[in-house]
Design a protein around this ligand. Structure first.
Ligand code: BES
Ligand code: MN
Ligand code: ZN
Length: 490
């Protein structure tokens, strides 16, 4: 597991700045006007900082960009990282600055002088989020990571503001680790075990095994896992930080630890990427973790369906008809459209068991959403404008791309089956929408619902604003914001 870099918050101290042996970060605004910390460094370096910030090298920078001064005279530091930032900088410039510092520092101990930054906690968040690399399966072990010390005139205030943000980063790290992990390591049982371990941070965790799922009638979920040697699970995580008796928000995640396609086998090229097909369950797990760590005042229940989609003598065949927990029957035309078969049972169970105030499911559900939206936006489908707009606003504030897609009866019709209540695919065209329509059939009228198709954003080949290549943790911050804005009553 990748731990968050520990961060300590200390009172500004001129001797500590002068004697710090790693890197020292200081902020200067675009005009070159210096805050007291910058003035101290300028004095220590006999005017070198001032000369630097007056050069075009500095004046050409954009907010959040960093220019480094190597081996500054008068200081013990190996470098001073000069960050272009105004005191009232925008949240995303602050996060970008933090991310740049994380990339820059390598293994060095970093001392961050917050100067007069109004929201320095956001810089800490960017730093924490970007200070991630997935080293668990490298034989040389983890590289030594230096410490991060945040220096401020009111360190307790900065710490108090940073703590809930660091809880979100910690949750996002869990999402990324789960999503990056190969399927021979993150087996279905290992996944369930990692979630059960979150009891130690105050979550209530219940693991439903094959026998229990069979009893509950989750036949379509089980039909996806039945070709695998690994057992299937549903894991229920509860965080009851809100008023007793308030209906919870339900988060439901697709947790296919590996998707071969089953008997409708996927082509070989790129199949290794299907280790990330549990990304939706990864986000649900990460959100639950951050809610517990920041002791959110909300009632939220997270449910994940954990299965492996393998071809074998016991696997589901194309043409099989399976009964869902709801009671509707599904003709499985393509065993590679398995995510919806997992989700429909878990979503039904979530509503029957918890009567949620709203339900949001997350899934790496379709290649079609990647064709439509690329890697910039997740597809958002909803039966409720109020809930949907609230989510889009939260995602916008976190700069996690999210774009609403249409739904409608015309799409739904494409799921009609000759021999069962529905087929599990609607054809190539509008594939992300027909997948959403399938899920929509398992949403009760009274349940406000959002489906997030995160196939394009859960794991990407290029680095993003706050993550290196690979799993992004997309959605953990947005869902936390949605919860704090709308589900955390006073
Ligand atoms: N897990 C895949 C979707 C996916 C594709 C996720 C690319 C991440 C990146 C899903 O189970 C799947 O195979 N969907 C099929 C559905 C089709 C058979 C209707 C697809 O999109 O091709
Ligand atoms: Mn599939
Ligand atoms: Zn899949």
């Amino acid at each position: 597991m990748t731990a968050l870099t520990p961060m300590s918050f200390v009172q500004t101290d001129i001797d500590q700045i002068a004697g710090h042996a790693g890197r020292v970060a200081v902020t200067v605004d675009a005009t070159g006007k210096m805050n007291p910390s910058a003035r101290r460094i300028n004095k220590l370096t006999k005017g070198a900082l001032e000369r630097l910030v007056q050069s075009t090298k500095f004046t050409d920078l954009k907010p959040g960009d960093v220019l480094s001064m190597g081996y500054p005279t008068g200081m013990a530091a190996e470098a001073v990282d000069v960050v272009q930032l105004a005191n009232n900088a925008d949240v995303h410039d602050l996060r970008k600055a933090g991310a740049n510092l994380a990339k820059q520092r390598g293994e060095a101990d970093l001392l961050v002088l917050t100067g007069g930054l109004r929201k320095s906690a956001e810089l800490c968040f960017g730093l924490a989020m970007r200070d991630y690399s997935f080293e668990d399966n490298k034989s040389k072990g983890k590289p030594r990571k230096g410490s991060v010390t945040v220096m401020a005139s009111t360190p307790d205030e900065v710490k108090a503001a940073a703590e809930p943000l660091l809880a979100i980063a910690d949750g996002a790290f869990m999402t990324r680790d789960l999503t990056n992990e190969p399927a021979n390591v993150l087996t279905t049982t290992e996944f369930a075990d990692r979630l059960a371990a979150m009891k130690s941070i105050g979550l209530e965790v219940e693991v439903l095994d094959d026998a229990k799922l069979e009893k509950l009638g989750m036949r379509t979920l089980l039909s996806v896992g039945q070709g695998s040697a690994s057992p299937s699970y549903v894991v229920v995580m509860k965080w009851n930080g809100g008023k007793k008796g308030t209906a919870p928000l339900a988060l439901v995640g697709k947790g296919v630890v590996f998707d071969t396609g089953g008997i409708s086998l996927k082509p070989g090229a790129g199949m290794e990427d299907m280790t990330m097909d549990m990304g939706g369950a990864g986000v649900v797990s990460g959100v639950m973790r951050s809610l517990a760590l920041r002791k959110a005042k909300a009632n939220v229940v997270g449910l994940v369906g954990i299965v492996e989609n393998m071809p074998s003598g016991t696997a589901t065949r194309p043409g099989d008809v399976i009964k869902t927990m709801k009671g509707d029957t599904v003709e499985v035309i393509n065993t590679d459209a398995e995510g919806r078969l997992v989700l429909c049972d878990v979503m039904w169970y979530a509503q029957e068991q918890f009567k949620p105030a709203a339900m949001i499911d997350l899934a790496t559900l379709t290649g079609a959403i990647v064709v439509g939206l690329g890697h910039e936006n997740a597809g958002v489908f909803s039966n409720n404008d109020t809930l949907c707009n609230a989510f889009l606003k939260a995602a916008g504030a976190e700069k996690e791309g999210a774009w609403r897609m249409p739904m409608g009866a015309g799409y739904d019709k494409l799921l009609e089956s000759r021999i069962a209540d529905m087929k599990n695919i609607g054809g190539r065209n509008g594939g992300a929408v027909t997948a959403a329509q399938f899920l929509g059939r398992f949403v009760k009228d009274e349940t406000p619902w959002i489906h997030l198709d995160i196939a394009g954003v859960a794991s990407v080949k290029e680095e993003t604003a706050l993550a290196p290549k690979g799993a992004t943790g997309w959605g953990v911050a947005s869902l936390n914001r949605l919860i704090s804005d709308h589900y955390e009553g006073e």
